[in-house]
Design a binder for this molecule. Structure first.
Ligand SMILES: NC(=O)c1ccc[n+]([C@@H]2O[C@H](COP(=O)([O-])OP(=O)(O)OC[C@H]3O[C@@H](n4cnc5c(N)ncnc54)[C@H](OP(=O)(O)O)[C@@H]3O)[C@@H](O)[C@H]2O)c1
Length: 264
């Protein structure tokens, strides 16, 4: 079976390069397009900034980078996601969105695109984090309202969005499991006020080169339960993204999550 053609959007970034390395020698997926920003200092360079060349060069024209691809892996910038979604829908290219910090315009564009193509919104493509989400949901449902929930996350100091997309996804999961919504429950800045009943507090650490850590804390009088995932190597996200990309290629148009990949 011929390898399926893939385009990487945000190829010159940390995740983009991790994906390029992971694709090397992959029998099922092959890189055919590579996109960076119009301001990128890497335009015209090989998509592999180090190591074995891919013979795919980095461009700033999304239409050109996506031409001929069957699946696109977007790990670029939240501001660029809506336009990538439109082009993928026009060209009928499955789209995995790993980019986080998506605003309402990006989410709307992804929903629209999903009538034409399968779209996977995956703020965290690690297999371990998908299980963390399930465990957090289960714990929230079983422990009920007597337990206070707090979510902590830590990432490298260059990360742009805070809290992380994964922390927000965890917040949504536990809020839903308690019959509430993150919008109602989230507290991002505590500012010295006492804890509001039923709220879900977030704390954020940005330091050094941390790849990504998430903890969901459930605390009641006399006991506490903490569920933690620690990523120590960015390769886990790339590995999970390629697994998800293969899965996405055989899905119908619609919006999917990592849990869908894990369960089927
Ligand atoms: N889903 C997951 O598991 C996961 C894991 C880690 C990170 N992420 C997310 O993935 C995204 C990228 O993370 P990163 O750490 O790789 O960031 P990064 O190192 O800053 O890389 C960003 C990449 O996007 C490119 N880019 C920026 N603006 C663009 C535009 N308008 N059009 C096309 N390309 C553009 C950059 O190109 P130039 O800099 O060369 O111009 C660069 O290649 C972030 O949203 C991050 O939160 C997701």
């Amino acid at each position: 079976v011929a390898a399926k053609p893939v385009a990487i959007l945000g190829v010159s970034g940390r995740m983009g390069q991790s994906l390029v390395r992971m694709l090397e020698g992959n029998q099922q997926l092959t890189l055919i397009g590579a996109l960076a920003s119009p301001q990128s200092s890497h335009l015209g360079h090989d998509a592999a900034l180090e190591g074995t060349p891919t013979r795919v060069s980095i461009g700033a024209d999304a239409l050109q980078a996506l031409q001929g691809a069957e699946v696109a892996l977007d790990f670029s910038s939240a501001a660029a996601v809506a336009s990538h979604a439109k082009i993928c829908a026009e060209l009928k290219i499955a789209l995995l969105v790993g980019t986080t910090g998506l605003g309402p315009a990006a989410v709307d564009a992804l929903k629209q695109a999903s009538s034409a193509i399968p779209v996977l919104i995956a703020p965290n493509t690690s297999v371990g984090v998908s299980v963390l989400l399930e465990l957090a949901r289960l714990a929230a449902a079983r422990l009920g309202g007597d337990f206070d929930i707090e979510i902590g996350e830590a990432h490298h100091k260059l990360k742009r969005d805070a809290p992380s997309g994964t922390a927000l996804a965890l917040g949504e999961a536990v809020a839903e499991a308690r019959g509430s919504s993150l919008k109602e429950a989230a507290v991002y800045e505590r500012g010295g006020a006492p804890r509001k009943e039923g709220s879900i507090g977030f704390s954020v650490t940005r330091a050094g080169d941390l790849v990504g850590e998430h903890t969901v804390l459930f605390a009641a009088a006399g006991e506490r339960l903490e569920i933690t995932h620690r990523a120590t190597d960015r390769a886990i996200f790339a590995r999970g993204a390629l697994k998800a990309a293969l899965w996405l290629l055989s899905q119908r148009p619609g919006v999917y999550r990592m849990q869908d990949v894990m369960s089927g």
